[in-house]
Design a protein around this ligand. Structure first.
Ligand SMILES: [Zn+2]
Length: 514
């Protein structure tokens, strides 16, 4: 489909602001502008971040597959209190520290198959745009300078609270006096819930010159300024983790809309939190919010050390993005099993196609789809696309992929004589699996490679030495060649005790866990 076509197939989003699921009407027909809040880069990313990145990676792949011309901006917060504190702890320059963690984030997201955004702006390179927005807010009466700080006057913005559905009166009623006294900036604010747009630099801190003296931006202003700068006053989709609804996104709206007098984002998408499965003191299975203080914190790198990246992606896909998800070894293992099943199916299809002189890139002669496969292979694409176009329903989409793979799996295992219809059907199954996989960011690699990676991760988890298994298999082959059946059988038994299944083929032996 041509990307300049304006009659693209529609998709819908459950919009946080209106609370309704709505068909997205692009501001400019055929084009979508999307801004997603990235990470404050003072440490390695955790799996909650990874989930947000994978979710919007599927959004980006799906919208492009539908033919939309997408401009996707995802920021890195490289100027922040947490970064300054961490840099002071380790005696490093804050911007060097954040540059280091941007590189680490990029490494982890590449490993997860997350495609880069079109623009990945940083705060430190957008200070003039931020100062310009703060200045405009002061001139329009929405902000005020106080002793080198600048604050946003929340009571001046009529719609304050419209995203998070909160009222200032309720917030006032629920406030804690003790917390207020601890807030050093409280005396400089006109009103308790006013928030900082610009913070006066403390001696020795990294700072930038501004009309209000040396300082640095508050957290929220960066996204309003960078989104407006790169995508214009109004964008089609704004996304992030659910924890950003308040105050971050609420404040982004207040800043941007007061400045530009235009609607900031037409659709808001928020990704559910990651919980961790645990066992409590009395031995009951429970789910708890992941947090550093609870010691149940998983970095993306921890997850990648134990599980295959495509297994991690599949784990995320198995739950709708808006719902919370529970991280557990069992869930990750189940997801990896599915990915292994898909790749095993593709490997068997490749072997079957090879036997008839065809491959996934060189079609066998066109024939009929075998009975029972024709319906699924005719309408899968429409159903897969419809699932993703319905608020990015990945659980439904992977179910369609599962139906297709099942046909391939059964056909490759069938004892019926291979014929032209079967070869053609297998070719179409592999094509379908690849098309779905490309949007989900899985099944894009050579099956043998991925299956070996999954096997080696399993071996590591079971503390089995892969090289030792290879040596045992080699020894078994030598014993067989020497017709030393007793030794060959003994080795086979030892391998079976490790749950190792040896597969002999014309190319030699390979193995996997049963
Ligand atoms: Zn943001």
């Amino acid at each position: 489909m041509a990307s300049d076509s304006i009659n693209l197939r529609p998709f819908s989003i459950q919009d946080t602001l209106s609370g309704e699921k709505r068909v997205v009407e692009p501001l400019v027909p055929g084009k979508i502008s999307m801004y997603v809040c990235g990470v404050t880069v003072y440490d390695l990313t955790h799996i909650g971040h990874a989930r947000v990145f994978v979710v919007f990676d599927v959004v980006q792949r799906h919208l492009r597959a539908l033919g939309y011309e997408l401009k996707y901006v995802r920021n890195h917060t490289d100027v922040d209190d947490k970064i300054i504190a961490r840099a002071a702890e380790v005696g490093q320059d804050p911007l060097e520290l954040s540059a280091h963690f941007i590189a680490e984030l990029t490494k982890d997201m590449n490993a997860l198959g997350v495609a880069p955004a079109d623009v990945e702006p940083t705060v430190s390179t957008h200070i003039p745009q931020i100062i310009e927005m703060v200045d405009s807010l002061i001139k329009q009466g929405y902000a005020y300078e106080s002793d080198g700080d600048v604050y946003y006057r929340v009571r001046e913005f009529e719609d304050y609270g419209k995203l998070s559905h909160r009222k200032l009166e309720d917030m006032e009623a629920g406030r804690s006096g003790r917390v207020d006294a601890e807030d050093a900036s409280a005396q400089r604010k006109e009103y308790l819930f006013d928030f900082a747009l610009w913070k006066k630099a403390k001696p020795g801190e990294t700072s930038w010159e501004s009309p209000w003296g040396a300082g640095r931006p508050g957290w929220h202003i960066e996204c309003s300024a960078m989104s407006t700068h790169h995508l214009g006053a109004t964008i089609d989709i704004h996304g992030g983790g659910r924890d950003l609804v308040f105050p971050h996104h609420e404040n982004e709206i207040a800043q941007a809309e007061a400045c530009t007098h235009a609607e900031f984002a037409r659709n808001w998408m928020h990704v559910g939190m990651v919980n961790v499965a645990e066992v409590d003191e009395s031995g009951d299975a429970i789910e708890r919010k992941m947090s550093k203080s609870l010691g149940n914190f998983w970095t993306t790198r921890d997850a990648l050390a134990g599980f295959h990246p495509e297994g991690i992606r599949y784990f995320f896909h198995a739950t709708h993005y808006r719902k919370p998800i529970t991280y557990s070894m069992d869930a990750l293992n189940d997801a990896t099993d599915r990915v292994e099943y898909f790749y095993t199916t593709l490997e068997r299809i490749d072997a079957a196609l090879e036997r008839v002189g065809a491959s996934r890139t060189s079609a066998p002669p066109r024939a009929k789809l075998v009975e029972g496969a024709d319906e699924t292979l005719t309408d899968y694409q429409e159903r897969f696309e419809a699932a993703l176009s319905d608020d990015f329903n990945t659980p439904k989409a992977i179910a369609v992929l599962g139906e297709v793979a099942k046909i391939g799996n059964e056909l490759t295992q069938s004892t019926k004589k291979a014929d032209a219809d079967r070869a053609w059907t297998l070719y179409k199954v592999a094509e379908a699996m690849q098309k779905c996989g490309a949007v989900l960011g899985i099944l894009e690699r050579a099956p043998g490679e991925v299956l070996r990676e999954i096997r080696d991760l399993r071996a590591a988890a079971l503390e089995i030495d892969v090289a030792e298994v290879d040596r045992m298999i080699q020894a078994r082959e030598e014993a067989r060649a020497a017709k030393d059946w007793a030794r060959a059988d003994a080795l086979r038994d030892q391998l079976a005790a490790l749950n190792v299944e040896v597969m002999d083929s014309a190319q030699g032996s390979s193995w996997r866990f049963q």
